[in-house]
Design a protein around this ligand. Structure first.
Ligand code: 4NP
Length: 150
């Protein structure tokens, strides 16, 4: 399974989702993350994301931000968006129906069809990052459960 996590900057939310799934998924899966913007290209995850992940035993400081590219539709089976804005920005780039069907809102794994958002924690404090981590872990545990047992 090849899974891509996407947010706006690829420095706060998607690096956490990337790190969590990489930590929990079978080792033959491919996990990566990207941003719908290239604003932080080449940068490490936000320090607050690094600290949050480290506190849960996961290292994400080796990750580097990169923009989402159309070729990602070919390279990945599932593309998880963190919020509706990311979702529509990814869908807009989909070259065909098969590509569009790969895109999902990540919290719908736990709350199907509710279209809940993973809030952007960038302008807030450390606590927002801890909350994002908890949400993403819940979603990814559910995703793994249905993909490994179902
Ligand atoms: P992310 O958070 O999309 O979760 O990585 C953000 C990071 C940077 C900015 C916005 C959101 N920014 O405006 O630079």
């Amino acid at each position: 399974m090849k899974v891509l996590m996407v947010c706006l900057g690829n420095i706060c939310r998607s690096p956490l989702a990337h790190g969590i799934l990489e930590h929990k998924a079978p080792s033959n899966w491919t996990i990566d993350s990207a941003g719908t913007s290239g604003w932080h290209e080449g940068e490490r995850p936000d320090t607050r994301s690094i600290i949050t992940a480290k506190g849960r035993g996961i290292a994400i400081d080796q990750q580097r931000s990169r923009p989402f590219v159309v070729d990602d539709f070919k390279r990945f089976d599932i593309i998880f968006a963190m919020d509706s804005s990311n979702y529509s920005n990814i869908l807009r780039l989909a070259p065909d129906e098969e590509s569009a069907l790969k895109v999902r809102l990540i919290m719908n794994e736990v709350y199907p069809k509710e279209n809940r958002q993973v809030p952007d924690p960038y302008t807030g404090g450390q606590n927002g990052f801890e909350e994002v981590y908890d949400m993403l872990e819940l979603a990814l545990d559910e995703f793994l459960n249905s993909n490994l047992n179902g």
